[in-house]
Design a protein around this ligand. Structure first.
Ligand code: FES
Length: 154
């Protein structure tokens, strides 16, 4: 169920676009920022607000890895495994984090502190391998750097 605040923010966003469907990604961002993830109910409500068939909005929400379909931990670790990052060892980074945190990709630690995800290119190929944790990028990763990053996360 969308909050009044979320509905109001989506309505404001709609004024910035030539038609309602063009606001789909912005509306999903607003919902996720306020609720943490996208529920089926939220997607149905947003689709209704955008006059959009729910399967079409679901396609948008599913295509982009930045949208969460289930709750994530306090620190959402998203490791890019696209071409540049893959060539420079992103699979090792996923395995390293998986061992270090005791979770597989797509899982959240029991204390809800960390979620580990694999994502598509984050547009920082020149500093591969890289990952995003919440809104911050961490680049040119090594095992040592990752240890330091994890130590810095409360
Ligand atoms: S391939 Fe990883 S940021 Fe582009």
């Amino acid at each position: 169920m969308l909050t009044d605040n979320t509905i109001e923010n989506i309505k404001k966003a709609l004024t910035k676009y030539p038609n309602k469907q063009s606001a789909a990604m912005d509306a999903l961002r607003i919902v996720q920022e306020e609720a943490g993830y996208l529920t089926e109910d939220a997607l149905l409500q947003v689709a209704d607000m955008l006059d959009m068939p729910p399967p079409e909005l679901n396609e948008v929400a599913t295509f982009y890895t930045m949208y969460n379909k289930k709750p994530v931990g306090k620190h959402h670790i998203q490791v890019c495994t696209n071409v540049s990052c893959s060539l420079l060892g992103s699979e090792h980074i996923v395995e390293f984090l998986s061992r270090r945190l005791g979770i597989k990709k797509g899982e959240t630690t029991l204390d809800k502190k960390f979620t580990l995800s694999e994502v598509e290119c984050l547009g920082s190929c020149g500093t591969a391998p890289m990952m995003q944790i919440n809104d911050d990028y961490y680049e040119n990763l090594t095992d040592g750097k990752i240890e330091e990053i994890l130590k810095g996360l409360k």
